[in-house]
Design a protein around this ligand. Structure first.
Ligand code: PGA
Length: 255
């Protein structure tokens, strides 16, 4: 498997943090520090309410805008939801789906992740699909089964030519926001399992070209080792994406 065939993408997931004003001052600092970093994709996935102001602040920068969820219908009676067309109005390019916090607190299931994915990529946006096992599942020894199942269901009816707009993020749930990181070897191993699932579903070329990130307490200190691994093509970063120096250090580690 050849790492050079795929793009490294470092994406920040702000979660429910930063008001529009805080978001703008954050990206104004970040874009200065990372303006010459062109060897990886840089994305900030912001709360919907920050989108308009952050989108303005990101104009003419090398940082792309992302959202943290999108509905599978284009419009209608879905109180509290956001459609892909609403996101696209602000030059959004990426949408995170299936994050473990959505699965844990908001009833997200594999089949709804699949529905969201088809709408997102069908509209021309790129999706960051999160998969990952709970601590209980890891201790039961079923990590492979869990991430394979989540990946297979997420990708149901996704056409081969659409895979260029799909990123998978392996995020072991026990590592998210806990300060516990999977070892670089373990992240590499599970990312390799996910790549194998993609090869089974599609073919070797598509598997080799798909960006598979790691997420879960990635930070300025551990990023370099994680990102040096063959199957780790970037990161989805929560806590450390809220401090511009830390996030910039992770981006630098990806160069
Ligand atoms: P964390 O979050 O970096 O704070 O562990 C990662 C994520 O939830 O995407």
């Amino acid at each position: 498997m050849n790492k050079a065939k795929r793009k490294t993408v470092i994406a920040g997931n702000w979660k429910m943090n930063m008001t529009p004003g805080e978001g703008v001052s954050f990206v104004n600092k970040l874009k200065e520090i990372v303006k010459n970093q062109n060897n990886c994709g840089i994305v900030v996935c912001v709360p919907d309410i920050d989108m308009q102001s952050v989108s303005e602040a990101l104009k003419d920068s090398n940082i792309k805008l992302g959202a943290q969820n999108a509905h599978w219908e284009l419009s209608g009676a879905f109180t509290g939801e956001t459609s892909v067309n609403m996101l696209k109005a602000f030059n959004t390019e990426y949408v995170i789906i299936g994050h473990s916090e959505r699965r844990q607190f908001f009833g997200e299931i594999n089949l709804s992740v699949n529905k969201r994915l088809k709408t997102i990529i069908g509209s021309g946006l790129k999706a960051i699909v999160c998969v990952g096992e709970l601590l209980d599942e890891r201790e039961l020894g079923i990590t492979t089964e869990i991430v394979s199942l989540q990946t297979k269901i997420a990708l149901k009816d996704v056409a081969p030519e659409q895979m260029k707009n799909v990123i998978i993020a392996y995020e072991p749930v026990w590592a998210i926001g806990t300060g516990k990181t999977a070892t670089a070897e373990e992240a590499n191993r599970v990312n390799g399992i996910i790549r194998g699932v993609i090869e089974d579903l599609y073919n070797k070329d598509i598997a080799e070209a798909t960006t598979i990130q790691y997420g879960g307490s990635m930070n300025a200190a551990n990023a370099k080792e994680l990102l040096s691994k063959e199957n780790v093509d970037g990161g989805l970063i929560g806590g450390a994406s809220l401090k511009h120096e830390d996030f910039a250090a992770i981006i630098a580690a990806a160069q």
